[in-house]
Design a binder for this molecule. Structure first.
Ligand SMILES: Nc1ncnc2c1ncn2[C@@H]1O[C@H](COP(=O)(O)OP(=O)(O)O)[C@@H](O)[C@H]1O
Ligand SMILES: [Mg+2]
Length: 385
């Protein structure tokens, strides 16, 4: 417990530039940022990370190659221990890859010396699950810290702190101590502290996990607003799939340190290909109620019965559940039983379950690419559903 607390405090001192671990050897300055690369882009190139622990080497990341476009909101998901934090922390070099490269704005940051690292950490802000505020400092003191450490003149510090406190909706709280703030307000202070150095990239590691659902929503809309207004690239880790759905453009699924799949959120969520992704998305999927499932038989005996048909939509090609078309194929007596449809980035995905009179050619009728991306008969119910 105390080790974890120490680590958290240490992260803050490192990201605000109070001190950086002296174990990092210095390296010659790189040639500078290539002009063609947009500010805020990240490229992971064959990134590997192996920790050396007392129990032996722990392989946390293997062969990670992916681009984070400048100005995007990029989500990282995966089971606990999948390597999410390890990957995120290579972007400001809180962790150093043991292989491969991380390019920020086209520059390989592994070659950075101490001074370059301090400058990098001003360009890459970070917020944490437990906010990591200094309890002995006021809101103003916490937010001002990175600027004070950087030697910014007092007048400019006041102006910039006022600016970011306004942005995060904490005007008038300058002199309040963290202990008097709610969780949501504490995270707003964390966000203000991360933004005060005017970064190009904001890293968020489980930043809403300690918050209630309503506060989570308000922090999410703040992050989205910041992304839009400041053009900042946001990379966020979360175990809440709804967070990804709400604000991310792209998502990366990690599994045991490797890329399981990645793509636009609607693509990955609409048609999850990897078992890890399906497991993570399970909570969003309600499924049929048990009483109904128990009544269903898998075979039809030819007697009058109701068939339950599931239509699946992946969001591809703009195909949507068109009720007129469904009715034209399935005919009278067709009813909607359950809908688990979602609209992400203007693409409709999910499942629609309908009841329709059982008949011999039903399987043939529903296998129609104009109706849905996939269709299957879930089962038959002799009674009326
Ligand atoms: N400092 C460390 N020393 C040794 N092993 C570590 C360290 N940090 C993380 N790990 C291990 O690396 C793997 C990935 O961890 P992490 O990146 O924290 O995963 P996640 O954030 O997805 O839960 C895990 O097996 C974890 O135990
Ligand atoms: Mg983690």
């Amino acid at each position: 417990m105390s080790a974890a607390l120490f680590d958290a405090a240490d992260d803050v001192t490192r990201v605000v530039g109070v001190t950086s671990r002296s174990a990092e050897e210095s390296a010659p300055s790189s040639a500078g940022r290539p002009a063609a690369v947009a500010a805020g882009s990240i490229r992971f190139q064959k990134v590997e990370k192996t920790y050396l622990s007392s129990a032996g080497p722990v392989r946390a990341l293997t062969d990670i190659t992916i681009d984070v476009p400048a100005g995007s909101v990029f989500g990282i998901i995966g089971r606990s221990g999948a390597g999410k934090s390890s990957l995120l922390r290579t972007v400001n070099r809180l962790e150093r890859p043991t292989g491969g490269q991380v390019l920020v704005d086209g520059e390989d940051i592994s070659a950075f010396n101490e001074d370059q690292l301090v400058a990098l950490r001003r360009r890459v802000g970070m917020i944490f699950q437990h906010f990591n505020l200094l309890s002995a400092k006021t809101v103003f003191g916490n937010v001002a810290l990175p600027l004070v450490v950087a030697g910014v003149p007092a007048q400019e510090v006041r102006t910039r702190v006022a600016e970011v406190l306004k942005l995060v909706g904490l005007e008038g709280k300058e002199n309040t101590y963290p202990s008097r703030l709610s969780g949501g307000q504490k995270q707003r202070v964390g966000i203000a502290r991360a933004l005060v150095s005017r970064p190009e990239i904001l890293l968020c590691d489980e930043a809403t996990s300690a918050l209630d659902p309503e506060t989570t929503l308000s922090i999410l809309s703040l992050l989205k607003d910041i992304n839009r207004r400041l053009g900042l690239t946001i990379v966020l880790i979360t175990h809440e799939m709804s967070v990804i759905r709400e604000i991310c453009d792209h998502v990366l699924v990690l599994e045991a340190g490797r890329i399981a799949e990645t793509g636009r959120v609607w693509e990955v969520f609409g048609n999850p290909r990897h078992e890890a992704t399906r497991a993570l998305l399970k909570p969003l999927d309600r499924g049929l109620p048990d009483d109904l499932t128990e009544r269903l038989t898998s075979l039809w005996n030819g007697e009058p019965a109701t068939a339950l048909v599931e239509f699946t939509y992946t969001g591809a090609g703009g195909l949507q559940p068109d009720l007129a078309r469904l009715l034209a194929v399935l005919g009278d007596g067709t009813r909607i039983i359950q809908s688990n449809l979602d609209r992400i980035q203007s693409h409709v995905s999910g499942r629609l379950i309908v009841a329709s009179p059982a008949r011999a050619d039903l399987q043939h009728l529903i296998a129609n690419p104009e109706l849905a991306h996939a269709a299957r008969i879930i089962g038959y119910d002799a009674a009326d559903v």
